[in-house]
Design a protein around this ligand. Structure first.
Ligand SMILES: Cc1cc2nc3c(=O)[nH]c(=O)nc-3n(C[C@H](O)[C@H](O)[C@H](O)COP(=O)(O)OP(=O)(O)OC[C@H]3O[C@@H](n4cnc5c(N)ncnc54)[C@H](O)[C@@H]3O)c2cc1C
Length: 465
């Protein structure tokens, strides 16, 4: 029986879990091409999960095993929409699964958001994780180009992080931690050098709801309380709960544990630490003001919030502004449109029914979707596994119903790319990059040092030594 050729766009967890689900069944022979625009696989597991959380980042070892399978081929450094159009990909394969994530961000919608010093968490995260898309190459004049984030971080003393999720906590930790606390991570050398130069003393986290409504994972929240030479500053009035707050806590174990952790911090005496994390609840930004430099952030105007009778947030009056040179909005990732793929502007997702893509409300015969671009930026890495299984089941049902059948060979894709002059990177290339990163790290007493520049990644992939 001729194998079905399935292209998966995106080698993040959802794309790799989809590949795994496709090859784990034995009824239908399937060849899977997992395509990523980056030279290396693993998506946000490499370029999102915090570098100081090595055990979570090590999930890539499990993901790697799927990409090593004989019936799965990794096509790195191939951008769909640039190197190949979606139409061309569909023409060369039997089915396509979109798993290209949700890499964009949401805005706060306040005046001053465009000032230098006001940035989105995805941009900061991509920088500190060493994503080659935000680490510019050396210019033709042989000058090292820099991401503007680097200059910002070095001149920041006080930072505001807007948002009350785990990504906001990651950003707070990276900004406040001492360099020697980040030294044993796999951060790129140039990232560590910038972080070593920073002189951040205060990070303010703004949460528009109260301490009974947090979406943090308790383990991540508790980490803030274990940082050395850092005091946690909380406002006792925020912890006076009303009946509604208490009902929320009673119904939600995570919220209750988070609240307990923070109530514990409230009892602590300030130790006179050299750095502070301020947790501001029932607070949201209303405006970002400039500094002496009219183009740069100088302060954030904030207001107190409260829930009205209908459960909606409303203003409860202005609060004193916070001086800050850096504002990081961490209010959610968002999917973007990929040329040729249906997209719902309202939700930032690809429209689908149980993973089967809908074009103008009807099933497209050969298109499926999984991961963040399917359900939005929610859940943990493992959530992408059940999500991918649902999508693959939809595809397998279509094969069983003869709505989808094998007609292509995986060589068609390889030939098409070759005709375009595109040379994809495979798993052997990844192993050479992996070895180069491990070797760089060990040279400095670390397990690994991420290579952040595309040209260096490609050079490491090509290095046969
Ligand atoms: C900052 C941050 C920290 C996180 N920390 C944790 C954590 O500690 N624990 C946890 O469980 N979860 C964490 N998550 C969530 C987890 O990373 C996501 O659930 C998961 O990565 C989503 O998988 P995905 O495959 O849908 O998207 P992604 O991981 O984003 O993968 C999408 C892939 O598609 C590729 N791509 C995009 N466009 C194209 C194109 N046109 N052509 C080819 N390829 C393309 C991208 O390069 C990328 O590799 C974190 C997320 C973020 C943002």
């Amino acid at each position: 029986m001729k194998p079905l050729v399935v292209a998966v766009v995106g080698a993040g967890p959802s794309g790799i879990y989809a590949a795994e689900a496709l090859i784990q069944q034995s009824e239908i022979p399937i060849n899977v091409a997992v395509i990523d625009k980056l030279p290396v696989p693993f998506g946000l597991v490499r370029y999102g999960v915090a570098p100081d959380h090595p055990s979570i980042r090590s999930i890539r070892n499990t993901l790697e095993r799927t990409l090593e399978r004989e019936d799965v081929r990794f096509f790195g450094n191939v951008a769909i929409g640039r190197d190949l159009s979606v139409e061309e990909l569909r023409g060369a394969t039997d089915a396509v699964i979109y798993a290209y994530g949700a890499a964009s961000d949401r805005h706060l919608g306040v005046t001053g958001e465009e000032l230098t010093g006001s940035i989105a968490a995805p941009d900061l995260v991509a920088w500190y994780c060493g994503n080659p898309d935000v680490h510019p190459e050396t210019s033709i004049h042989d000058q090292q180009q820099h991401n503007p984030v680097e200059e910002l971080i070095t001149r920041t003393r006080e930072a505001v992080v807007v948002g009350a999720g785990n990504v906001a906590l990651d950003v707070v930790r990276v900004l406040i931690k001492n360099n020697d606390e980040l030294d044993d991570t796999d951060m790129a050398d140039e990232v560590l050098a910038v972080l070593a130069d920073k002189s951040v003393t205060d990070v303010h986290l703004l949460a528009r709801r109260g301490p009974a409504y947090t979406a943090f994972t308790t383990k991540e929240l508790r980490e803030l309380g274990k940082l050395t030479d850092v005091d946690l500053v909380l406002e006792p009035a925020d912890f006076e709960l009303n009946e509604v707050d208490r009902a929320v806590v009673a119904a939600d174990k995570v919220a209750a544990r988070n609240l307990a952790a923070m109530e514990d911090w409230l009892q602590r005496e300030p130790s006179g630490a050299s750095r502070r994390i301020h947790l501001h609840f029932w607070t949201r930004p209303t405006k970002i003001n400039s500094s002496d430099d009219p183009a740069a952030v100088g302060a954030v105007e904030i207001e107190r919030t409260r829930l009205n009778g209908e459960g909606r947030l409303e203003s409860a009056g202005d609060l004193p502004a916070i001086e800050a040179q850096l504002v990081v909005r961490s209010v959610g990732y968002r999917g973007t449109a990929l040329d040729g793929v249906p997209y719902d502007e309202g939700t930032g997702r690809v429209p689908h029914a149980a993973g089967h893509v809908l074009r103008d409300g009807t099933f497209s015969p050969d298109e499926y979707v999984t991961g963040w671009i399917k359900r939005g930026p929610t859940g943990v890495i493992g959530t992408n596994k059940s999500d991918a299984v649902e999508t693959v089941q939809a595809l397998l049902h279509d094969v069983a119903d003869e709505a989808l059948s094998a007609g292509h060979s995986i060589d068609e894709l390889t030939d098409l790319l070759a005709a375009r002059g595109v040379t994809p990177l495979g798993m052997a290339d990844w192993h050479r990059i992996d070895a180069a990163e491990v070797s760089r790290g060990q040279g400095h007493g670390r397990d690994r040092t991420t290579i952040a520049h595309r040209s260096e990644l490609l050079a490491a992939a090509a290095d046969d030594q």
